[in-house]
Design a protein around this ligand. Structure first.
Ligand code: NAD
Length: 427
């Protein structure tokens, strides 16, 4: 039977990602201020979980039911914020964990948001465009009771894009009887989307690399950079690293790995990839074995593809000075431990890839004020916010002698819990 037809919340073996999140919370509890300790349990319980049935009529006339979710993990600091994922392996536990990580990420960069996430257990590649639109509109209607620019603001995630956001915005607006652009971010620019959103996450990765480079005397100019992933995040990061004078020595994607110790011409590689649909055989570099990628001596290693890429198998062979996590969750707990033992600094995802949610925040602010900024203004503000966030977390890590990841969680959890404590309990 099609696995997406089994309600995920009835399967006891599907707690994986949520358990990981709980373990991360447990790890920071000892560092939380004593007066906030009574509130820690807040982080272990999502505030709201909504499971919805999403029935649609397929083009063939058959009616199909899909399982959808929207989880608000925490809204103490502001409305829920987080993407919507369409994937056959989406489960309630995964959406709960992703919502929890959004609470952490928005607090790390000090955006006035909580954490939320949504998803539908569906393989969107099997749907026609019309079916995808009907699915999106019905899902939006089902979770409508949670949404709103001051309640919960979705964004794109895996397999959802600006078109899906446009349909969500339109559906919500039709229900409201007025146009409400600020209910979602990641929209097309014509509908109130923000300039600079496309590059925002990759740009954030480079800003964060620059900041840690300043602390460790590793200036971007001349630094060797290896990047896994040549998509939205990895592609933009590669281009912007090169613009800063860094030497992008290796790029890996799902088709292969290319390497040139004198630096890869990123624009030429993009052109080659567009034409050939692969990185392999790019004339400006040597095509090397995928496993060799992890062993390349470099200053910055940027995993910007998938989760779980740096693990017990390869962490011992990594020869980078700093790992800047562009992807979400690219380092396993064991991988993290090995890197720490070996003195390789890891800048965690919740900080390193927060450029995306930060520009989403700018989009929301622009929509609410109906006043749109130039790309230069967006870049300047993004740089300021990420630089400040990095400074705070760096200082906590130095003071407490803890890894940057733990420091990021400490800062974020303290902010969430301080808001919770100051608001107090109702009634
Ligand atoms: P994308 O789909 O645009 O690109 C993914 C890239 O990873 C592609 O180049 C693909 O070829 C490569 N890849 C896939 N499987 C691979 C494999 N087995 N080995 C090597 N490379 C592989 O996705 P994206 O938007 O760039 O997202 C990448 C990561 O960054 C994800 O973890 C995502 O959650 C995270 N992230 C993205 C954003 C954003 O704004 N797009 C924001 C925060 C975090």
């Amino acid at each position: 039977m099609d696995d997406t037809r089994v309600p995920s919340y009835l399967s006891p073996d599907r707690l994986g990602p949520w358990e990981t999140f709980l373990a991360q919370i447990d790890a920071v509890v000892p560092w939380i201020d004593p007066e906030l300790q009574p509130w820690v349990e807040t982080l272990r319980r999502p505030k709201r979980v909504l499971i919805v049935d999403v029935p649609i009529k397929l083009d063939s006339g058959v009616i199909m039911h899909y399982e959808g979710y929207r989880v608000q993990h925490n809204v103490s600091r502001g409305p829920g914020k987080g993407g919507v994922r369409y994937h056959p392996s989406v489960t309630l536990a995964e959406v709960m964990a992703l919502a929890g990580w959004m609470s952490i990420k928005t607090a790390v960069v000090n955006l006035p948001y909580g954490g939320a996430k949504g998803g539908i257990r569906v393989d969107p590649k099997k749907l026609s465009r019309d079916e995808l639109e009907r699915l999106t509109r019905r899902y939006t209607s089902e979770i409508n009771i949670l949404l709103g620019p001051d309640r919960d603001i979705p964004a794109p995630d895996v397999n959802t894009d600006e078109q899906v956001m446009a349909w969500m915005m339109d559906t919500y607006s039709m229900n409201e009887g007025r146009t409400v652009p600020a209910v979602v971010t990641g929209k097309p620019v014509a509908l109130g989307g923000s300039l600079g959103r496309h590059d925002a996450t990759g740009r954030g990765v480079v800003i964060i690399a620059r900041e840690i480079g300043r602390r460790l005397s590793l200036p971007l100019a001349g630094a060797r950079v290896a990047i896994q992933g040549f998509g939205n995040v990895g592609g933009a990061a590669a281009r912007l690293f090169a613009e800063q004078g860094a030497v992008v020595i290796a790029i890996q994607d799902e088709t292969g790995t290319v390497y040139n110790e004198r630096g890869i011409d990123v624009a030429a590689l993009r052109e080659y990839q567009r034409e050939q649909r692969t990185l392999r055989g790019f004339p400006g570099a040597e095509t090397i074995d995928n496993t060799q990628f992890w062993e390349l001596p470099c200053e910055f290693l940027v995993p910007a593809a998938l989760e779980g890429q740096i693990d017990a198998h390869n962490a011992g062979r990594i020869r980078a000075r700093v790992v800047v996590e562009g992807a979400n969750g690219p380092t396993t707990t064991e991988g993290d431990r090995i890197l720490e033992e070996r003195g390789i600094v890891v800048v965690p995802d919740v900080l390193a890839n927060a450029g995306g949610v930060t520009v989403s925040y700018f989009e929301w602010v622009q929509d609410i004020s109906s006043f749109f900024w130039t790309e230069a203004e967006i870049i300047t503000r993004l740089d300021r916010i990420l630089t400040e966030a990095f400074k705070t977390i760096w200082e906590v890590a130095q003071q407490k002698r803890i890894p940057l990841r733990t420091a990021a969680y400490v800062v974020a959890c303290q902010r969430v819990l301080a808001a919770r404590a100051q608001r107090g309990l109702y009634p």
